[in-house]
Design a protein around this ligand. Structure first.
Ligand code: OGA
Ligand code: MN
Length: 294
């Protein structure tokens, strides 16, 4: 930390309070729209690596402040569904079931299956930040499953078997199925299809900052294990999917107004538990670019 005392922001005196759950912690007393000095930032970064999902409470922030804070962790991704970018802020994807004038304002079924964001890209996301804008009176929870714990709890023989394997991840795998259920999901243009060619990923990845191994297959995007006959691949993936989201690995987030939730896509999978159709839900998402899994 070399910033001179003159330019350093004052400390913010915030608290990191772990949840009584396998993962996650809430951050109390921090205002992410205010300058954050290097020491405070290092504490946030450490807490993120330790707890994998951080809930910053009561962040009454603008989209620009959400983007600024997110950018401190790395460059931001622009989502392929440009239809749902926030106006003038393409770094923000609107996640919402709201329709205005018969048109969806955002991605209504983001997270309908367990997944890690952008695992279908050669360089999947480091982490994502969702900021609550409008919350339903019931439902709308988000679940997070710790894939380090999932890996560590696997039978040793299964660990050995999967360690050298790779799997294909595809954005398009479930797209038409989701579109059949949610017809408002846009039909992809050829340019969009070209942006999301499948990627091959290790079945077990190593976190680039902590060195911990994590399972890295998901119901949403993983289509098959490279080199295995389809039937064998399906059976193995079904076993891994079921294992990876056991209750003992999961934190269930019940949203409070102005929550900003920042999770590590290299450590966790997540799932939208679902919102009753007649209730409105809207969140803004930024997505931090990551590196090539190994
Ligand atoms: C996402 C996502 C889950 C939710 O925005 O990446 O999966 O509960 N959202 O909205
Ligand atoms: Mn997601």
């Amino acid at each position: 930390m070399t910033a001179s005392p003159k330019t350093e922001a004052p400390p913010q005196h915030f608290e990191v309070r772990p949840f009584p759950a396998p993962v996650g912690a809430e951050i109390l007393g921090l205002d992410i729209s205010k300058p954050i000095n290097n020491e405070d930032f290092a504490r946030i970064h450490r807490a993120h690596l330790d707890h994998h999902v951080l809930v910053f409470r009561n962040q009454q922030i603008t989209p620009a402040e959400h983007i600024n804070f997110s950018s401190r962790f790395g460059p931001l991704e622009i989502h392929v569904l440009h239809q749902f970018h926030l106006k003038n802020h393409p770094e923000i994807l609107i996640v919402s079931n709201i329709k205005e004038n018969g048109e969806p304002i955002g991605l209504g079924d983001a997270g309908a299956y367990w997944h890690s964001d952008l695992s279908y890209k050669p360089q999947p996301s480091l982490g994502s930040l969702l900021h609550a804008q409008e919350l339903p009176s019931e439902g709308g929870d988000t679940l997070f499953a710790d894939q380090h714990l999932a890996w560590e709890a696997l039978r040793p023989d299964l660990q050995q078997r999967i360690l050298p394997l790779q799997a294909e991840h595809s954005y398009l795998a479930k797209y038409e199925e989701l579109r059949a259920k949610n017809p408002w999901r846009p039909k992809l243009s050829q340019a969009q299809v070209d942006q999301v060619t499948p990627a091959v990923q290790p079945v077990v990845r190593t976190h680039p900052e902590t060195g911990r191994k994590a399972l890295f297959v998901s119901e949403h995007f993983t289509t098959g294990i490279v080199g295995l006959p389809q039937e064998e691949s399906d059976a193995l993936l079904a076993e891994l999917f079921a294992h990876s989201v056991k209750p003992e690995f999961v934190y269930r987030h019940r949203w409070a107004p102005h929550d900003l939730v920042f999770w590590d896509n290299r450590s966790l999978m997540h799932l939208a538990a679902g919102t009753p159709d007649h209730l409105r839900r809207r969140l803004n998402r930024t997505t931090i670019a990551g590196d090539t899994p190994f």
